[in-house]
Write a protein that binds this ligand. Structure first.
Ligand code: PLP
Length: 432
């Protein structure tokens, strides 16, 4: 958000702030902002959800109606129910921060673990509550015992937390890295299955890849790659930052050894909460990197999640975000994000001068769409979309498939996609 933006839904004007403060200081301030996120209960999802239903879903979020945010690959908003859970628990904790009162926070943390395990269809004993995907990826690259002579197999378009992190650690521990290069446009699952099959060697110890890339939204054949690795006794790390909360994900079926994700992306949860799944069979093969007090209560969390004091209200808010998604339905959310993205991609294909980096084939892409807007100035377009049309997206600068990135999610509407397409067409016609 820009400093002088008109889009500050929960910010209070100076006059309102002064009035509330005069009324009773911060308690009144919280009461005021509490009222701002209260939302009517969301009905049960109909068998065939209509735009009217999705408009009700949109109303669960505090974003102003005329702001269309299509940047889920970076950060998602939380619905009112998540804000409420965080607020209520933070207030409870700060009213009485005694150990006695905070016992229930530890129970809340375990309830989040249970719900998270159910969401990913694994057991709570395999769940570590982290801060984010970056931390999860690094706990794996620092925790797996590797030495000179060992090889790590990586996809070249992994996020830095799953690429640069391995490269840096290889200098310290002496293992080597083999890369499978990205291909653009996405050549299909078979291409990558073959490329990875050929890249394994007798020295490969772990394969780490991204389920859905953040750059251009390429979808990876996660289950097949995990099977190839398992057949060779190679561990697998799936970076799920762009699939967790978007794809209806069944880890029992995919069978990775490690899977990471962030609550604040597609699950629409609080910031700085994440997940690291550690398959029961991989648990004896990884060391804990952080050892402190206040571990989790069960399974791997007893030894791997002693991270010291946490923001438990945020962890409890994470459970609320997953309940919200489950209430709507994970399959329905995935279908909605896919449908909006297909609509977006088809519209982009009709705008003169646009070169799509993302495949229009739904077996290769989901809800991240990147494109080069001809020879228009990327930063100027990005700014004009936000300032003039109240449409938020991301830029991709540099030489690697530069341009703009749109990543719509279930809280966006068809009208917002239409608005984005027409704004883009108009701006490009007018020269940026
Ligand atoms: C594929 C991928 N992995 C990891 C991350 C890091 O996520 P976080 O910043 O939540 O740790 C991102 C962030 O965009 C990502 O796209």
């Amino acid at each position: 958000m820009q400093p002088n933006s008109r889009y500050q839904p929960s910010a209070l004007s100076r006059r309102t702030f002064a009035r509330i403060f005069a009324m009773g200081g911060s308690a009144a301030l919280f009461a005021q902002s509490g009222a701002a996120w209260a939302r009517p209960a969301l009905q049960t999802t109909p068998a065939a959800p209509t735009e009217k239903f999705w408009a009700k879903v949109r109303e669960q979020f505090v974003m102003p109606r005329d702001l269309a945010v299509m940047n889920a690959a970076n950060l998602c908003p939380s619905p009112g129910s998540v804000l409420e859970a965080m607020y209520k628990n933070t207030q409870d904790m700060d009213r009485d921060p005694s150990f006695q009162n905070r016992v229930k926070m530890a129970h809340g943390k375990e309830e989040t673990r249970r719900i998270l395990a159910e969401f990913l269809r694994v057991s709570p004993e395999e769940i570590v509550l982290t801060r984010n995907t970056s931390e999860g990826n690094n706990l794996v690259s620092s925790g797996v015992d590797l030495k000179p002579g060992d090889e790590v197999l990586l996809f070249a378009d992994n996020h830095p937390s799953n690429l640069a992190a391995w490269q840096e650690k290889s200098k310290r521990w002496g293992f080597s890295i083999r890369l499978v290069e990205q291909a653009n446009p996405h050549p299909g699952f078979d291409y990558y299955i073959d490329a990875f099959r050929k890249a394994f060697t007798v020295r490969t110890r772990i394969l780490a890849f991204t389920h859905l890339t953040s750059t251009v939204g390429d979808l990876f054949p996660a289950k097949e790659l995990c099977r190839l690795a398992r057949e060779r006794d190679v561990l697998t790390l799936i970076d799920g930052a762009q699939s967790f909360g978007l794809l209806d994900t069944d880890l029992r079926d995919i069978q990775p050894d490690f899977y990471t994700g962030s609550a604040h992306k597609w699950p629409c949860g609080p910031k700085e909460v994440g997940v690291l799944y550690i398959n029961r069979t991989a648990q004896p093969k990884i060391w804990a990197s952080i050892i402190s007090a206040m571990p989790g209560a069960i399974g791997i969390s007893k030894t791997f999640e002693a991270f010291g004091q946490r923001d438990e209200p945020a962890i409890i808010g994470f459970a609320e975000a997953l309940r919200f998604q489950t209430h709507i339905g994970s399959k329905i959310i995935e279908a909605r994000a896919r449908a909006l993205t297909q609509m977006l991609i088809q519209g982009l294909q009709k705008i003169d001068g646009i070169k799509l980096w993302t495949s229009s084939d739904p077996s290769r892409a989901v809800a991240v769409a990147s494109f080069l807007p001809g020879n228009h100035d990327i930063l100027k377009l990005y700014a004009a979309l936000y300032e003039k049309h109240h449409i938020a997206c991301a830029t991709r600068l540099g030489k690697d498939r530069p341009g703009l990135r749109f990543s719509p999610h279930f809280y966006n509407t068809q009208t917002e996609v239409e608005r984005a397409l027409s704004a883009l067409g108009e701006l490009m016609k007018a020269g940026g």
